[in-house]
Ligand binder design. Structure first.
Ligand code: C2E
Ligand code: CA
Ligand code: CA
Length: 539
């Protein structure tokens, strides 16, 4: 199972393959995502524009109808009838007084006259489109694209007044193939005032529910304008066919932009995979050439300041002297599986270097960090047993540190940890408080000790929000009868505070940096007590 997994990983773990996969996946996602967003934004802006156009049209139509009514009413109530110079003057006056009245005319069976001398009079009109009790309406009286031709005509008695197309279109430029329609006959017929005729009624959704003004259809937007008369409604209709065309322009930006970004992601993945591959092969060489070393950071009993043990910490010191932090190569080794070799190496080195001092001090212990994969299989127990037997050291002198992150599959981990404890090893939870371990969860785990993460020790006395965490963890540990080790103690007042809170053990730069084996053995043989000066790492 694990060899099949390793085969699959080596098959996939090729820089160019991973980079191509990353670039293709990100290009697809970026393109789809940006297309979706652009489409949505176009639709939103189209709807906003339509609403704004509709409102401007409505304002203008109210002004126009108001003036047409006023003009034709004034003509109706004045006494003149029949065509005369006075009548023409009266018609001209009406057009002069009302900005939106383009033409005013008198029409009876035998004669017709208009304010616009020499132009076609409004006497040749067909029967009105709407015949109300007081007013008659003619809609779209001309199909000629002349701004000065009448678009709407209102009639009362023998008088007609009209507005021009220009007065309607100067507020809104109607989109190509768009129309301003008057909807008649209870919504069944639509006469265009501006623009071409449209198929009517719409396939579905007409009339829009309630006060809703805008009806969105896949191919067109329909904006309904309320009128005072129940006989007709005004409608602005705009085709949506222009959407893909607008998108076309946007694609010129989106397409190369997404490709460029995807290329950058692919390149980044290529560099990262190459770097990690070269680092992982370098690490393999480092293991072979013996560039890895183990340092020991002493652990002290806080009350007596007596050294009770140490944590084994691995170092990678290259032949040129440069030091690579375990924070860099341990996560990589966990990914590549090389961590098993490192764990075995640390265990072996601990017993080789400290076997003698451990045999001479049966209460002294060394704790070794385990990775998640060390906890998930029952491998480390037999490896430790073989080495312990070889060096005649008791299992109780080797402790294992596991992080909360290493306990993902808690059932498997629990069995393996229990097996380690059963033969006498101690089990410590490292970096406690940074993961998800709850009290209930902790109760079920076979552990001896909690190590409080340095972040909570740093916060002691400084950060009010998290300084409460350490005392909480300490209480929790005491309730479960677990020992506590505080990590990263750098100041005396932290040590005093922790001791007063009932923490038994601590490690940190206040007491000692990680030491090489010789320094650590010296510390133990000179009586394990901390001298007046801190012990520094001279490795
Ligand atoms: P960790 O297990 O939490 O180890 C403690 C880290 O804190 C060590 O860093 C230690 O040098 C550092 N430290 C101790 N006291 C102080 C202090 O007072 N102040 C400050 N600023 N730092 C302090 P290091 O050795 O760089 O190790 C980093 C991490 O690498 C370790 O964190 C552990 O997760 C991992 N690691 C180190 N050695 C091994 C190993 O042999 N196996 C595995 N699996 N992981 C290891
Ligand atoms: Ca540790
Ligand atoms: Ca730690």
């Amino acid at each position: 199972m694990s060899s099949a997994f390793a085969q699959l990983r080596s098959l996939i773990y090729r820089p160019w393959l991973l980079a191509t996969l990353a670039a293709t996946a990100s290009a697809t996602l970026l393109l789809l995502g940006s297309l979706g967003i652009a489409m949505h934004q176009l639709q939103v802006s189209e709807i906003e524009q339509m609403n704004a156009k509709g409102e401007r049209f409505l304002d203008r139509l109210e002004q126009i109808f108001g003036q047409l009514r006023q003009g034709v009413d004034q003509l109706q109530v004045q006494p003149l009838r029949g065509c005369s110079a006075d009548m023409v003057a009266a018609l001209q006056q009406i057009a002069f007084d009302n900005r939106f009245v383009f033409e005013a005319a008198y029409v009876d069976g035998s004669q017709a006259c208009t304010n616009r001398l020499g132009e076609r009079a409004l006497n040749l009109l067909p029967p009105p489109d709407i015949q109300g009790p007081t007013y008659s309406y003619w809609l779209n009286t001309t199909t000629e694209p002349d701004d000065n031709r009448a678009a709407l005509v209102l009639g009362r008695g023998n008088f007609r007044v009209s507005t021009s197309r220009g007065h309607l279109t100067d507020v809104v430029d109607l989109p190509a193939e768009g129309s301003l329609l008057v909807v008649l006959d209870k919504g069944m017929r639509a006469v265009p005032v501006l623009g071409p005729p449209q198929t009517w009624p719409p396939a579905s959704g007409w009339p829009p529910p309630g006060d809703q003004a805008l009806l969105e259809q896949p191919d067109r937007l329909i904006y309904r304008m309320p009128t005072k008369s129940p006989d007709y409604q005004l409608v602005l209709m705009s085709p949506r066919a222009s959407l893909p065309l607008k998108m076309n322009g946007m694609l010129w930006l989106l397409f190369p932009g997404s490709l460029l970004l995807a290329w950058c992601i692919g390149w980044l993945v290529l560099q990262l995979v190459r770097q990690s591959r070269s680092m992982s092969s370098e690490l393999q060489g480092a293991l072979r050439r013996g560039e890895l070393q183990v340092l020991y950071q002493p652990i002290f009993e806080l009350a007596s300041r007596r050294c009770v043990g140490a944590e084994a910490l691995v170092r990678w010191r290259r032949h040129d002297g440069t030091l690579t932090s375990p924070d860099m190569f341990i996560p990589l080794a966990e990914n590549t599986g090389q961590i098993r070799q490192i764990t075995d190496f640390v265990l072996q080195r601990v017993l080789e270097q400290l076997g003698q001092v451990l045999r001479a001090n049966p209460q002294l212990y060394i704790s070794v960090n385990l990775a998640a994969c060390d906890v998930m299989v029952p491998r480390i127990g037999p490896v430790a047993a073989r080495l312990l037997a070889l060096h005649h050291v008791a299992a109780s002198q080797i402790a294992f540190e596991v992080t909360e992150r290493g306990l993902i599959d808690v059932v498997v981990a629990r069995d393996n940890l229990q097996a380690l404890r059963a033969v006498g090893h101690q089990v410590l939870i490292d970096d406690f408080g940074t993961g998800y371990c709850s009290l209930a969860y902790l109760q079920t785990l076979p552990v001896d000790c909690l190590k409080i993460d340095k972040a909570f020790i740093d916060a002691l006395g400084h950060d009010a929000a998290s300084s409460g965490v350490a005392p909480h963890i300490i209480r929790m540990a005491h309730a479960l009868q677990l020992r506590v080790i505080a990590e990263g103690i750098e100041y005396e007042d932290q040590a005093l505070l922790l001791n007063s809170e009932g923490v038994n053990y601590g490690q940190g730069w206040l007491f000692a940096h990680p030491l090489n084996a010789r320094q650590f053995v010296e510390l133990i043989t000179r009586g394990r007590r901390l001298g007046p000066r801190r012990i520094d790492d001279e490795a």
